[in-house]
Design a protein around this ligand. Structure first.
Ligand SMILES: [Zn+2]
Length: 278
């Protein structure tokens, strides 16, 4: 999908359902290095600390991007090898299955240390190398604060790496590329500010839950996960539905996912504004 400078209103994307079981073109969920040869550019790249973070925090919006014809990819910063459930190998297989379910064109793993993510120049260069290779227009990542220190570090690491990737003289392989925009997910954040925008994911909830279900080693019988604190004995799926219903109500739809950007969002005209005040 070619980028448009105009904001996407509720009526703008033309969407068509993606074919069931469509294979992901390229899922390499074991750690590799970025290719110096740039690949076909992505519209959206989700960069998160652990395999399964993207699905838990913004899987609906990613599925909706794919349905709208956008080229969506995933970059896991770590293999999640410190997780108390499953193994890195099992999580890699689950991550590949979830990428296929969401319709990602690629899923890669940067192989940085789980439990040891820090925003250093060394790691910025690694992530910037991936950004140069995958050439996304929009980056999606963690909120700036997080329950897990890796999430907080990832949010800042991704922003700084995106800037570095655009410096022509940076000592990195590949051509300079700076993403147009970085957005942060707010789902499940206890200190979340009002979202800059909410994406209606009502029609993509089933695919989101299907992608989450791929991570059976992490979430079968789970009540909470990652940033999602348990709601008593409520199953994780119900906890997700409750959270997304809350954000959906902010834009008067059944389910929504909240995002934040440092910069203001543009809108076209007063007369085309959505979301009822009353
Ligand atoms: Zn995580």
């Amino acid at each position: 999908m070619s980028p448009s400078p105009a904001p996407s209103g509720p009526d703008s994307p033309s969407e068509s359902p993606r074919g069931e079981g469509e294979p992901s073109a390229d899922s390499r969920t074991t750690p590799t290095s970025p290719s110096a040869q740039a690949e076909e550019a992505l519209d959206v790249l989700a960069i998160f600390a652990h395999p399964d973070d993207a699905e838990l925090l913004c899987g609906g919006a990613l599925a909706r991007s794919v349905a709208a014809g956008e080229r969506m990819g995933l970059l896991d910063l770590t293999r999640g090898e410190m997780g108390s459930r499953g193994t890195a190998e099992i999580r890699a297989e689950e991550a590949a299955a979830a990428a296929r379910t969401l319709g990602a064109v690629t899923r890669r793993c940067a192989g940085l240390p789980d439990g040891g993510l820090v925003n250093t120049l060394e790691y910025r260069r690694i992530v910037a190398g991936w950004i140069r290779s995958l050439r996304p227009r929009i980056l999606v990542t963690h909120w700036l604060q997080g329950r897990h220190p890796d999430h907080t570090a990832a949010a800042r690491l991704v922003r700084d790496a995106a800037f570095l990737a655009g410096l022509r003289r940076a000592p990195l392989a590949g051509d300079a590329h700076r993403p147009f925009k970085v957005v942060h997910t707010l789902t499940f954040q206890e200190d979340a500010p009002p979202p800059s925008f909410v994406i209606d994911v009502t029609d993509h909830m089933e695919r989101r839950l299907e992608a989450m279900a791929c991570f059976a080693s992490q979430w079968s019988d789970a009540r909470g996960a990652g940033e999602a604190f348990p709601g008593g004995d409520r199953p994780l799926e119900d906890q997700v539905r409750a959270q997304l219903a809350h954000y959906g109500s902010k834009i008067r739809v059944a389910y929504g996912e909240p995002f934040w950007t440092r910069e203001a969002m543009e809108w076209n005209t007063l007369g085309s504004l959505g979301v009822s005040t009353f």
